[in-house]
Design a protein around this ligand. Sequence first.
Ligand code: KOT
Length: 823
Amino acid sequence: MNAATAVTLSRRIEDAEDVKRLIIEKLKYAVGKDPEHSVRQDWSAALILAVRDQLVDHWMASTRRAYDQDQKRVYYLSMEFLIGRLLKDTIINLGLEAPVREALTELGADYDEILRSEPDAALGNGGLGRLAACFLDSMSTLGIPAHGYGIRYENGLFRQSIRDGWQAEEPEDWLVTGHNWEFERPEVVYNIPFGGEVITTPDGKPIWHPAEVMLAAAYDTPIAGWRGRHVNTLRLWAGKPAKRVDLDRFNRGEYLSAMEAAVRAETVSRILYPDDTTEEGKNLRLRQEFFFTSASLQDLLRRYLSSHDDITKLPEKVAIQLNDTHPAIAVAELMRLLVDTHGLSMEVAFQLTRNTLSYTNHTLMPEALERWSLQLFGSVLPRHLDIIRWIDEQHLRTAAAAKRTLDLERVRIVDHTNGQGVRMGHLAFVGSHRVNGVSALHADLMKQTVFHDLDSLYPSRILGVTNGVTPRRWLHSCNKPLSDLLIETIGEDWIGDLEAIEAVAPYAEDAAFRERFRAAKHENKCRLVTEIQSRVGIHVSPDAMFDVQIKRMHEYKRQLLNIMEAVAQYFAIRNDPAADWTPRVKIFGGKAAPGYEMAKLIIKLINDVARAVNSDPVVGDRLKIVFLPNYNVSTAERIIPAADLSEQISTAGMEASGTGNMKLALNGALTIGTLDGANVEICDRVGRDNIHIFGLTAEDVANYRVSGYDSRAVIDGNETLKTVLDAIGSGVFSPEDPNRFRAIVDRLSYDDYFFVTADFAAYLDEQRKVDRAFMDKEDWTRRTILNTARVGWFSADRAIRDYAREIWNVETPSAEEINQGGQ
Ligand code: KOT
């Protein structure tokens, strides 16, 4: 045994004694604290460092294997990674929960408290960022050599508090207590040029003379998958100045301006844009996108060239996935690097680029489709604008040669018509060999709408890869009562192969099992009752139905429809308190973009209605309304296991997929939803009897958009709807400011773009069916078990296998191999 192995062995955890020894060692020698005087923060740091050590050998082995076997690598470029806390998941993935718990108890520390003290890394806004995090987990689980590339934001998504019912925002400083998972890589830095001009040499070669060059510095977080055998890297880039201080200026006493370049460079990774539909702060946003994309491409090319000498074989060994258009500049940047740095021709570079890149679209909402003005684009990335014009010319030739009547202006990447701009969706499409939607319906709508012409030019480029979620975090780790019951009943194969969860379906007919399934749900509900009491001071009963809508606040997601139903129900209860009501707790959680006034007003409406309902003694436990502040990954992990009803009520055609819908169904909640996004496929799998579908279809909505929709007539024809809107609009819930919600009622009356009034009656009908169904405890439980049993297909592992097969051309092990411990 050589010295190196000896060190390795001494760090391996076999039992609680090892854990104790390692934690104490970390406390003393890494955190620098005497155990006697250590606070929770120190214990947390020590535990993370000790657990992180467990990953290192597997991490290095994974890297070595990729090199030795010359495996194809996958690079997932994403502006957002909503990873949340890592400690509990990593401990569970490594199978270390029992010894860690025991060790901490013996050391007099509280395991759960320590887990809670880890900051929730919110480097993302919502679904898109959380999907990226689930995909990292699955790529590690499947042993795919992969890197996530993103930005190491100093401030993640803002912290939300509710003041007097209104959303207030404060900066989130997750890095202040130190990110103990990461390894700084001071040696991995790249130049990132910006601005300036392109000058063509006498022999016709364009040379970019940037006005400014900053640095991108790498920070690595190891990401372990199930059983921890394979460990991948999340590499996040921080902006650094090429020169920290301008000494000349400093010596002249100009202290602030001496730091100017440093501040400018660091600004690029300062904050995550809190808006998940519109682009703001355009210049900085464009710089952010280029910054992390360029650093990532330079890094992966360096890695490729360190073991290959033929750059033209790049697509055989590298697949790059663009998570929406935020990294779409990769098309031009990869071309630039191949042509300007590696000397390839434009034609060859374009072939390689297209064969390497692929693009995932996450929304068709017009305001979210990125588009940069030519003026801005040319001033920040002049060389890229030239390259994009070249690509556009080639593309236009393809279009002109196609035997179809096409409006050529509409398919161009560079829009020469209204306002002139670069269409990033078009750029990503033209520069990719595969373009995917995130549900079957969404992929269809891509072909029918935004990408209709491009689809006809490049047929079979578009495909659907329905999203999925990791069963490790979203069942096994967040819902111990249910996970334990499942393991006892059907074993633990489902953790690494979620489709195996189908084996629990027959138990839906077993009364004793149903009882235990209900008991698990009840335990989770009791935990949430305590949290609701302590965080917002509302007492709710665990026997009531927990009706949950947790997601970003957006008009298309229609939290408004939900709260309007609550108002209708409130009035009905007041009218007839003695009737046989099904007790309900409506639970909301979600952040509104700070500049999105309507979404913020809807938060206020929810809280104003909650105040009236919760304090009305006539109502009592029949209806309670709770808005839980600062919804994030960790709160989701506590709410989802406790949910009975999952609200997935977006305007049909607008939610690309949804992933909360999958997590909630997996944890035994029934869905009330529209036929939108992945709800359609959830319905197909759980069966029409085990889901509550209502409302317009995407086709209905599209037809109304053409023929016109008259919400006034609908309101006039529905007494309940009229009463609800009159009450909201006249200040029944805001007596101190009767006109507060006028804008909401006006919008619904004159321009109900999200079809809230159109779906109102159907939604209320379906909710009453849900009420009746919930009263039949045995049948309700039977249906919830079937939901859990039948949504195994919505595993992120399945989604990643689809990407690997259909897009990346990468092999994955079979489910049996995963469960038997192979790679
Ligand atoms: C935000 C800005 C621009 C483009 C897309 C987005 C976006 C889309 N952010 N989150 N999404 C959601 O992505 C999820 C994962 O695919 C979907 O499940 C969800 O329906 C999208 O709204």
